[in-house]
Write a protein that binds this ligand. Structure first.
Ligand code: GLP
Length: 237
């Protein structure tokens, strides 16, 4: 817990850098990083870019798997998660494009197999929706789910309308998302949340019963799960 989102974001960026630098990659076993989009990780990515520019980290031996992507808008759309990732991280660092993976209708059936081919995800950075969803695993998603298409709930569509000039009709109605089990399979999960709006989700993640209503609660079963939150997000604890 840190006072502000700025402090939490710096802590997480430095933690990721430390994990990448401590890892001994080989040709068959790169550092595999799972990544989220949304407003929560923006500052983390800005810090990662900064640390890269200072020579503190290289992404040459990092393979990334994004957790979700909208269905129904082209990857070139400014609000696609593809565009988000290039804008905030990929275009500023030395990651080879062939090492970047973003789920899509085309690859979703093979996505978990592809992750396994790289030896599994070393660290999954993860945001959380205010209704407790991780990736786009909306309430009532199976806790053993893997990458697939999900219909978005009205709550999520309304919450994400802010990225589409407040126009609810412009928000895609479905997405491709990693499953809850895909996240649980990672060797380590770092969940980030900030602000009062995430306080109930944070409470459920820590104190709630494990269940599919708040899919974030599944992370309680993970042996190596870190939550990095600001003070405001802890208000309900
Ligand atoms: C979206 C994404 C999630 C993200 C969540 C929170 O629905 N699919 O991966 O964690 O929203 O987003 P934000 O960080 O903008 O609050």
């Amino acid at each position: 817990i840190r006072d502000s989102k700025q402090q939490t974001s710096l802590w997480v960026a430095e933690y990721i850098v430390r994990r990448i630098n401590d890892f001994r990659p080989s040709k068959d076993r790169p550092f595999v990083l799972g990544l989220p989009t949304g407003s929560s990780p923006e500052l983390i990515y800005a810090n990662l870019v900064d640390l890269y520019k200072k020579g503190r980290v290289s992404f040459k031996h990092v393979v990334t798997f994004n957790m979700d992507e909208y269905v129904g808008i082209p990857t070139s759309h400014p609000q696609s998660y593809h565009s988000f990732m290039f804008k905030h991280l990929f275009q500023h660092v030395d990651i080879p494009p062939s090492q970047i993976h973003i789920p899509s209708l085309e690859n979703c059936d093979q996505y978990d197999d592809l992750i396994a081919k790289y030896g599994g995800i070393e660290l999954f950075l993860c945001g959380v929706g205010s209704d407790g969803h991780i990736a786009f695993n909306e309430p009532a998603s199976s806790l053993s789910s893997r990458t697939r298409i999900k219909t978005l709930t009205q709550d999520t569509i309304v919450a994400n309308a802010r990225f589409f000039d407040g126009n609810i009709d412009a928000v895609p109605k479905s997405a491709v998302t990693v499953g809850v089990k895909t996240v649980l399979d990672a060797r380590e999960v770092v969940l980030i949340a900030d602000g009062r709006g995430k306080a109930e989700a944070v409470k459920q993640a820590v104190e709630g019963s494990i269940g599919h209503t708040w899919t974030v609660t599944a992370l309680q079963m993970h042996p190596k799960f870190i939550m990095a939150v600001d003070e405001a997000a802890t208000e309900e604890l």
